[in-house]
Write a protein that binds this ligand. Sequence first.
Ligand code: NAD
Ligand code: GLY
Length: 350
Amino acid sequence: MKIINVSASRKYSVLIGPGLLPRLGEEVGKLCKAGTAAVISDTHVWPLYGEAAVSSLERAGFRVVSFVFPAGEASKNGDTYLSILNFLARSHVTRSDCVVALGGGVVGDMAGFAAATFLRGVAYIQVPTTLLAAVDSSVGGKTAIDLEAGKNLAGAFYQPALVLCDTDTLMTLPEDIFRDGCAEVIKYGVLYDPGLFAHLEEAGLSFDRERVIARCVELKRNVVMEDEFDTGARQMLNLGHTVGHGVEAQSGFTVSHGKAVAIGMAIVSRAAERFGICQPESRARIEALLRAFGLPVSTEYDAQALFSSALSDKKRSGGTLNLVVPRRIGLCERKPTPVAELESFLEAGL
Ligand code: NAD
Ligand code: GLY
């Protein structure tokens, strides 16, 4: 097992390794005195791992209540969020109890936001079961739901009390969803770590999961500790996301987040090469690695369409949008791009 310690507005540990789910109760018991544990999950994850989570918590003396909602991004909305809050109230959850988010990024974001706001904040534990949640969404305390106007528009920064990542749970992930998480893993290599990137090139999809997840979490931990509230360094994690959000929105969310991020990384890398920012060899390696992982590197949408979606991006500041662009593998930079120049920049990368 690997342990990464995070020291932000709350200190917590991220435990990563096989066989951890049966230890959930024991680990939660070290943080919350045995009371009620409210497990929030979705209809795909609950039948696979609900019983293991509940029996572990019960063995540790917790009263367990559970709320399961239909799997998928379409559930990440105000209705489900309010249903969770009402469920917590009906279940007499108090401030000394805890919420356990058992699932992927959708469960984690929504259960985290419910925990942040119920009784003005109860402790929550992230138990990520997708690769994306393991390397990204379960760590760093961004919680949110989607609004009609866009993704993640209502939320809070609220750090978990513990992240417990049982790498065995990734075995049941459909391959396509596993690949989505790989796009985020590749992103960490492009941003910060040529060694991680080279390991992915060498190992392909059979990369060492415990080692790679732990490295990604360590890299994210470093960024979160430097800029918990996303005013500077943390914005680097948006590599591929500004364009990616455009692809997701234009597709009516039929293109998954991971694939959209892969397309976004490829487009900004090509554009950065054309503008003399990114080394040609690095651009070629980024595209080749994305392809090797079965991820897309181009889109049918034109610059105008991507440009209009990018304008509603949360990271926009006045007339300028901070694009993140690679210089070479392991080194990226923020490129403040005036809105007037964005379309031609994107055009160069299509
Ligand atoms: P997800 O939670 O929808 O999971 C994808 C699918 O896999 C779902 O159908 C789910 O039921 C299923 N699943 C989960 N674990 C499984 C398992 N072990 N075996 C079989 N099936 C399993 O999606 P995701 O890709 O994990 O997360 C995407 C969400 O994360 C988006 O809403 C995105 O906005 C959010 N996100 C948040 C952050 C953050 O920092 N908070 C970062 C990145 C993404
Ligand atoms: N997923 C981006 C962040 O946590 O900031």
